[in-house]
Design a protein around this ligand. Structure first.
Ligand code: SAM
Length: 239
């Protein structure tokens, strides 16, 4: 067994111990490290072993695909939770201000967005600073009790007539013994395809849940769709 295989096996063993102690965030972090290592080595066999481990504790609907085109706007775009794959930054480049609570996530993100460590529940921007705000598979990572505050903050920093665009996933009521929910996506951008996996501790959410938050925070719902488990909402700030 080479060094990478040893490290991956150790990471999975430690993740299993974390799970036994219900330390789910720690377990997910270790699995992500193992995946990155196996991907860097291009080792498909190790990746399969990791996925088999993940499937024991997480539920994943079948892989889905999503096609995106650049957002048409003259102003700045605020991307909430813009770390990770940084899809919106890849789409609209230096027009994007990506904020994320995690410096580590932002450091790992490769795109031309301006990246700032910031908590979405306490945006430090002046009112009416952005023409568009986005949340691309970010709200699923944020505890439900913070969502309304984030909708209110986004409303505050949007210009009149500004848009809040949300891409996220329907997470059903928890079943079996699964602890985590994982959505695997193929994101088709004009310049590249990105394979993304977004995994979180299980928290139920649906398009109706987000529509309710939109109404509570004074947004108008101007467009919505569901494709498979993926949900999309286009909200507008009137006034
Ligand atoms: C994995 S990313 C989502 C995907 C990302 N938008 C992309 O394009 O790949 C979710 C991010 O939300 C961030 N996050 C969680 N809670 C947050 C909060 N309160 N404020 C800002 N970012 C937060 C996490 O650190 C994480 O990097």
């Amino acid at each position: 067994m080479n060094v990478e295989e040893n490290t991956i096996k150790r990471l999975l063993k430690d993740a299993e111990l974390d799970l036994m102690e219900d330390k789910l965030d720690d377990a997910v972090e270790k699995v992500r490290k193992a995946i990155d290592l196996a991907k860097a080595k291009g080792n498909e066999n190790l990746l399969t072993q990791i996925m088999e481990f993940v499937q024991q504790f997480s539920y994943s609907p079948k892989k889905q695909s999503l096609q995106l085109i650049p957002i048409e706007t003259e102003g700045y775009i605020l991307d909430i939770g813009g770390g990770g794959e940084g899809i919106i930054g890849k789409l609209n480049g230096n027009q994007v201000v990506a904020i994320d609570k995690s410096e580590k996530e932002l450091l790992e993100t490769e795109n031309k967005a301006l990246k700032i460590v910031m908590d979405a529940t306490k945006l430090i921007f002046l009112p009416k600073s952005f023409s568009v705000c986005t949340a691309f598979f970010s709200l699923m990572y944020i505890p439900l009790h913070d969502h309304l505050k984030i909708f209110e903050e986004v409303y505050r920093v949007l210009e009149s007539n500004g848009k809040f665009l949300i891409w996220d996933v329907n997470i059903p009521r928890k079943f079996a013994d699964y602890k985590a929910f994982l959505i695997q996506l193929n994101v088709e951008l004009p310049t590249e395809d990105v394979e993304a996996g977004y995994g979180v501790l299980w928290q139920m959410q649906s398009i109706d849940y987000f529509k309710d938050l939109a109404q509570k925070s004074n947004f108008n719902i101007v467009n919505e769709w569901m494709k498979g488990d993926i949900l999309y909402l286009e909200l507008r700030k009137i006034g």
